[in-house]
Structure formats: C-alpha cells, structure tokens
Design a protein around this ligand. Structure first.
Ligand code: GLN
Length: 372
C-alpha cells in the first residue's frame, strides 16, 4: 500500500496524495514547471535548491532515470509534486524508476494531486511557500509550522551553499545518441567558470567548443581568477536571490575592468547586471519550463528556450553601458544583456537546455568567438 502525503501551502491550501519518495517533511518555495520531458535534469539542477517543483505535464516517470542525465551530483529540488506516476518505467537507458531515484536521493515527493488546480493557484497568487509531508502520520500543524519557519527565497544567498568547495578541471564532452559522450576535443581556450550551482551540460558545451574549463568556487576572488590566466570567464546559473551575493558581484566588477570576455547564464546573468549597476527583483511566479519564446531584439529572431528563474533584471534599471539583447515573449521581461564598453554578455534562460530545445545554443559560439 502506498503511503499518503500532503502538500500544504502558506495560504492554507491542502492537497492530499500519495508519497513517491521518502517519509519526512520538506519545505520550500512551490513553483510550477511546464516542461514535458526532463524531470531528472530538473530535479538535479542546483538552481532548484529550496524549491518544491510541480510538473504540469501529467505523466512523469515514464522513462525512468539513468546515471548519465543528472545535471549535478545530487537532487537539489526540495521536493517534487506530480499528477501521475506510471506503474511501469520503460526506456533502453532506464536504470532506476523515478520513485526509486527519489528515495535513493532522499527526496520527499507527492503524486496523485490535481496539478492543474495547484498551477492555477500559483499563477494567480504567485509562488507560495509550502511543505510536503509524507509517511504514516501526517500532521498539518507541523507542516504549517515548517512553512512559518521558512522566510522564502528573497534575500537568500544559496550559491554559497551549493558551490564546489575545491577548484577542478572539467573535460567531459557532450552526449549524443550515436556516440554517448563524444571524445575530448582539442582544447585551445581556457575558461574559468564560476560555480554558483553550475549545470553539467554548460561545461560540456564549452568543452565541445574547444574550451579547457577550470571550475572555481563561488567565493573565488578576482585576483585568484586572473592568476589562472583565463581567455574567458563564465558565470554560472544557481539558486536563490542574486542580490546578497556581494562577494561575487565585487569580483565580477573587478574582472570587468580587464577586457576579458565574460558570459553569464541565469544567476550569472543577474550577477553581471548587478555588477554593472542594474537592479534585480523577485518575479510573481517566475519562468520554469522548456517552451518559452524569447526574441533576439537585434535580429527579430524568435527562439524557444528553456527557463528556470524566479528573479529578473529590471530593464528600466539598466545603466547606459548595458543594452537589452533579448526579451521574453510571454511577459516582455528582460532575457539578455550586453555591455557596450567591455566584452561581456549574458542570458536569463538556459541556452544549454537540458532539458529543452537548443535554439539558443549559439550564444556559446558567440562567447568562443569573443575569445578568439
Ligand atoms: N537558474 C538560475 O540560475 C536561477 C537564478 C535565480 N536563482 C532565480 O531564481 O532567478
């Protein structure tokens, strides 16, 4: 018999379902993601730390999980909420069912709830603080207490918590159906990548373009980065609010005076903006999905992108040396920026996909071209 579980929200809403992970209680910001595939990449994306992810696609788990599709070494999402877990996981790459994967990674998760009702609620009221409890005894009062004890993501520096403790070299190339991981390329450009919660596919796409990648902890100083003699500096994605990451903002300010190419993704984009004098703000329910249209303002070209952010750069706050390069066609919010005085640019969505379409991958080529 499946154990029961409850999802409780700060507004008092309660959804009851069945547990598909471990027994226990987990609190976080509840958000919805509209991607139809890629649940394993989403769960292991460090940017989801302290967030409980609801997947709007109704059948989740059909293809199980495997050891190659993780975007980091563990699950970072604080919990998973789905409609229906199929009885059977079937795929030639499947090594573990989703439910076994959730248990092995110590995740509290709930299925059999009305994710359409939940998503409408989140859309109307905004992302909610919430709690999943699973097990033999379900105490709603305890869940509400846990929610009270969680202040939300605003003001929370999580990059420092998920970053690597030690510097390391990344050599693994991209994966394809025909070849698995491709053999190493000739590596001619040296990229120092700040790990604020980096996804592996970003590092692979850099290797695929001939970059030797050195990944450094989030708190690495500008002097330490410069001592590594980088041809380019990459600012990664990551969880939490960018504003309290003053150590990173200060380092980026210094690095921007060096005329070394800088490329930022998501949190890295927000940090580049803050270091350039712009401002960020919390969004109502953010962008989480793999089907978000974004326009390249200079060419008018529309690309479908992967997205995962709850904060955004306020376009009205851009200083004179920062121009808008991309906008979301869902809500008009800023999706890309470029410095006019130094070689630095960034994108709010996820050009590395994983999961999602590859329309925006050309930004990696732009970064390599800047270094050449
Ligand atoms: N994927 C990311 O890097 C997310 C950035 C930031 N934590 C946000 O929610 O906006």
């Amino acid at each position: 018999m499946a154990k029961s579980a409850l999802l409780v929200l700060e507004d008092g809403s309660v959804f009851s379902g069945v547990s598909i992970g471990i027994d226990g209680l987990s609190v976080g910001e509840v958000v919805f993601n509209t991607a139809m595939t890629g649940y394993q990449e989403i769960l292991s994306d460090p940017s989801y730390a302290k967030q409980i992810v609801t997947l709007t696609y109704p059948h989740i788990g059909n293809v199980g999980t495997n050891s190659e599709d993780n975007e980091s070494s563990q699950v970072y999402a604080a919990g998973l909420v789905i409609r229906d877990l199929p009885l059977l996981a079937s795929n030639w790459r499947c090594q573990q069912s989703l439910s076994d994967y959730l248990s092995a990674n110590r995740v509290v998760a709930i299925a059999d709830i009305d994710t359409r009702r939940l998503t409408r609620l989140l859309r109307d009221k905004g992302a909610q603080r919430g709690c999943i409890i699973a097990g033999d005894t379900l105490d709603q009062g305890l869940a509400l207490q846990a929610i009270d004890g969680f202040a939300g993501l605003k003001g929370l520096d999580l990059a420092k918590e998920v970053t690597t403790h030690t510097r390391y070299e990344w050599r693994e190339n991209t994966w394809s159906l025909e070849q698995g991981h491709k053999p190493a390329e000739q590596l001619s450009k040296h990229v120092v990548a700040y790990d604020f919660g980096v996804k592996r596919n970003i590092l692979r796409l850099l290797v695929n373009r001939g970059c030797r990648v050195t990944v450094v902890p989030a708190t690495t100083s500008a002097d330490e980065v410069l001592a590594l003699k980088p041809d380019g500096i990459f600012l990664s994605n990551g969880p939490g609010d960018p504003e309290p990451c003053d150590y990173a903002i200060n380092a980026i300010k210094t690095l921007l005076t060096e005329q070394i190419p800088v490329f930022g993704i998501c949190l890295g984009h927000q940090l580049l903006a803050l270091a350039s004098g712009a401002q960020t703000e919390k969004m109502k329910f953010g962008h989480h999905g793999a089907n978000h249209p974004v326009i390249d303002i200079a060419t008018g070209r529309v690309m479908i992108s992967s997205q995962n952010h709850g904060f955004a750069v306020n376009e009205a706050s851009l200083p004179a040396n920062l121009i808008a390069t991309h906008r979301s066609l869902f809500d008009g919010s800023l999706q890309g920026i470029k410095r006019t005085d130094v070689p630095a640019f960034s994108f709010q969505g996820h050009p590395e996909a994983s999961p999602g379409p590859h329309d925006v991958e050309g930004l990696f080529d732009g970064f390599v071209a800047m270094m050449t």
